[in-house]
Design a protein around this ligand. Structure first.
Ligand code: CTP
Ligand code: MG
Length: 225
């Protein structure tokens, strides 16, 4: 099994300073927290991390320490999707099941990883998700007026790690390439567009994506529980 870690972003919404994936939460960098549950997973044989171009030649030393000879570092692209593609291109050919995870999610729990792995390794793509509990409004971006309230029945928020059979992912990328890469915000959407089933497995609310300075404060608070 292989894990692709999207860590090639600039973390602009997290404010000035080093990109957020290298910043510590309670002393441990976000990216290290995001990788650890996979590095310690018995079935993970390969970890490919996409880093911002400026970090590829001087990766943080703890990356090597956590992943050892299973680690490959690749240069990320201009978008998350391009970073993931670059990582996939460097995944060893014999890997049959692929997990894709965001460096900005440091709190995925072992049970969620196991369920995603179980579904993906049995041949079906799997996405951890949270049922939407808020009321959803569509809003005019200019006037801020609500134009619509959307029925949230059956709506889920997709998170990571997303898991895929390698051949399904390869076919989805091939098809997307042929059709000119319409923008998709996650890999599961490529797989769906190629006509393959994708299952949602329930995730925990604590598997947050750290995006803003406030999220760093929330992350610190989660660890203090
Ligand atoms: N990512 C990536 N390559 C990019 C952009 C994003 O690998 N070119 C990664 C980020 O490092 C992050 C994940 O994709 O782990 C989710 O993206 P996001 O939370 O948007 O992170 P950033 O793009 O870095 O942040 P921002 O959008 O605020 O600049
Ligand atoms: Mg981004």
């Amino acid at each position: 099994m292989g894990v692709l870690v999207a860590a090639g972003g600039r973390g602009e919404r997290a404010g000035p300073g080093a990109p957020k994936q290298f910043r510590p939460v309670r002393g441990v960098p976000l990216l290290l927290r995001a990788i650890r549950p996979f590095a310690s997973h018995p079935r993970v044989g390969s970890i490919v991390v996409a880093l911002p171009p400026a970090y590829v030649d001087r990766p943080p030393p703890w990356l090597d320490q956590v992943a050892g000879d299973r680690l490959r570092i690749v240069e990320g692209g201009a978008t998350r999707a391009e970073s993931v593609r670059a990582a996939l291109d460097h995944l060893p050919g014999d890997v049959r099941t692929v997990l894709i995870h965001d460096a900005a999610r440091p709190f995925v729990d072992a049970a969620t990883i196991d369920t995603v792995v179980q579904v993906a390794s049995s041949g079906t793509s799997a996405v951890p998700g949270i049922a939407v509990s808020d009321t959803l409004k569509r809003v005019d971006p200019v006037t801020s007026r609500v134009t619509d309230t959307i029925d949230r029945t059956g709506l889920w928020r997709a998170q990571t790690p997303q898991g895929f059979p390698r051949d399904v992912l390869d076919q989805a990328y091939r098809r997307a390439g042929e059709q000119g890469w319409q923008t998709r915000t996650d890999e599961a959407a490529l797989v769906e567009a190629a006509g393959f089933p994708v299952m949602v497995v329930p995730d925990r609310g604590s598997n947050i994506k750290v995006t803003t300075p406030e999220d760093f404060a929330i992350a610190e608070a989660l660890l203090a529980r």
